[in-house]
Design a protein around this ligand. Structure first.
Ligand code: NAP
Length: 276
């Protein structure tokens, strides 16, 4: 058995540390390494991986969507999201899965935030797609998908056959109006991420959230974003991106090993490896 994470860039990925720690804790001598695979090189990689004993791999940008066409099968959330983050060799066939949404739900559950009512999702990229569609499946009543580029939010919401997801713009007025009735706000944009030149220009939507609401910022670098710090100062419950990163990895390892794991123990091992 041999595991990898592929992408470009990928050498900064925390997956080798997380998976390495979990595999060691399980007493398994299984290598897990990062490998640069450039856009357009996926067919060659799949052939190489098969010949070289790779039994599973995680995929990050730019491959999550491109993989769909190249695999032998795509199941569950991966089919719903149109994006793959975990691939396993099952009886000689490459099968694609997606554990991002499950990781987000695990993070929310761990923080005691299980939204059944109204959620405001900021962003409409790959992460927003996983979070918004997973929340709709998990029973949220209404998910407002708010994005700078409205057409992208509209496209995302069309994937939800139940009509729980509704597209919106992301002006300060719109966000404040929608936040009034929300029990959870999730930031799935790059705003506040280390290396991103932009930041929220206006945090006034936080004042509109009810006092018992939660704020989930998917960004994990830095661990405490300005959004999260401001939310906490207002007395709102806050959660950063690391628990989701860990949660999706635990679910991916269950798929690689094809057996259930003690998820709480694995999450603790992975978090400790990340120094959190
Ligand atoms: P993506 O597909 O590139 O989407 C980026 C989103 O951010 C888009 O909605 C984009 O809006 C918005 N955005 C970017 N710059 C903006 C600006 N200046 N003003 C307003 N909106 C802006 O990226 P992604 O893969 O979804 O990742 C988004 C974030 O989630 C990243 O910070 C990533 O680190 C984090 N993430 C965390 C985890 C985890 O496990 N914790 C997992 C995945 C992603 P437009 O559509 O208008 O461009």
């Amino acid at each position: 058995m041999k595991l990898q994470v592929i992408g470009d860039p990928v050498l900064h990925s925390k997956s080798p540390v997380i998976h390495g720690a979990m595999l060691e804790a399980l007493g398994l001598d299984v290598p897990y390494a990062a490998r640069v695979v450039r856009s357009g090189e996926l067919p060659q990689y799949l052939a190489w991986a098969r010949e070289n004993g790779v039994t599973g791999f995680n995929a990050t940008m730019p491959h999550k969507e491109a993989l769909i066409e190249l695999l032998d099968g795509v199941v569950g959330d991966a089919a719903l999201f149109g994006a793959v983050n975990t691939v396993c060799l099952r009886e000689g066939r490459w099968i694609g899965y997606n554990t991002d949404g499950g990781g987000a739900l695990a993070a929310l559950e761990g923080a005691g935030l299980w939204p059944a009512g109204t959620v405001v999702v900021l962003g409409a990229g790959g992460a927003a797609k996983a979070v918004a569609l997973e929340l709709a499946q998990a029973g949220a009543e209404r998910v407002w998908v708010c994005n700078r580029t409205l057409s992208r939010a509209e496209e995302l919401c069309r994937r939800d056959p139940r009509g729980v997801l509704v597209p919106q713009g992301a002006s300060p007025d719109t966000l404040s109006r929608l936040c009034r009735d929300a029990e959870l706000l999730v930031n799935c944009t790059d705003l506040g991420m280390a290396g991103c030149p932009h930041q929220f220009e206006d945090f006034s939507f936080l004042d509109a959230l009810p006092p018992e609401a939660g704020v989930f910022d998917l960004i994990y670098h830095p661990a405490e974003t300005q959004l999260l710090a401001r939310a906490r100062r207002r007395g709102l419950r806050g959660i950063g991106g690391l628990p989701m990163l860990v949660g999706q990895a635990v679910l991916a390892l269950e798929l690689f090993l094809d057996r259930p794991l003690d998820r709480g123990r694995m999450a603790a091992v992975a978090s400790a490896a990340l120094g959190t």
